[in-house]
Design a protein around this ligand. Sequence first.
Ligand SMILES: [Zn+2]
Length: 256
Amino acid sequence: MWKSIRILVLLAVLLAVALHAWLDRIATQSWREPLWVGLFPLNGDNGATTEEYLASLQPQDFGAIEDFFAREGKRYRLKLAQPVHVELYPRGSKLPPALDPAAGPLGVAWWSLKLRWFAAQATEVPGRAPPRIRLFLLYHDPETLERAPDSHGLQKGLVGVVHLFADPEMAGGNNIVIAHELLHTVGASDKYDLGSGAPIFPKGYAARDQDPLYPQDQAEIMAGSRALSAYQWDMPRSLAGVLVGPETAQEIRWMH
Ligand SMILES: [Zn+2]
């Protein structure tokens, strides 16, 4: 008797979790109203340079992200003029839980639960409406860090941890990384080789039919860089050099 009640309760919990994920997915992929994305800046290295940079951040620094989604949505004949609304929140003080690079599937699952718990607490700002997507922006001083740690955007939980550089020169590149992780939260998958970082042909190329194929002028957003040759690629300076390819458009339901 007790055993069947326990199983029933467990099944109800699992069903509720699945239902929640399904509803989130429908809400974020319907594109009937602007998707509200909250940006939560954080000092990723506790440094003074980063602190100064955080204090200088303005909402318009992220305007290029809204423009990118508007321009690309229009290209896919989306009825919505502004698919994404980006909202800059005051800087937070607590850092999200870190993912151990060596974590196995169970470790990743546990980390994603902790991250969702963290996001629920950290995004409550008095007087401000909670956003649908929560992105934590961890800024690092480029002088102390050659390469930013890996960023993560999760569709389950609609949350992301994004590592960026605290340097106005790199603001355009930062917006590419933010748009990339944001697209992960609404169902887009990576289109670069996880080992080498090379864009995958054809889905990671902006102009797959171009002849000659190299160099590519623009990058596909989920590839993150454009191929200059079969062995060379680089990241465009801003979202002006990036587009949404048909595979990504399909994944986020801009195209059916
Ligand atoms: Zn990615």
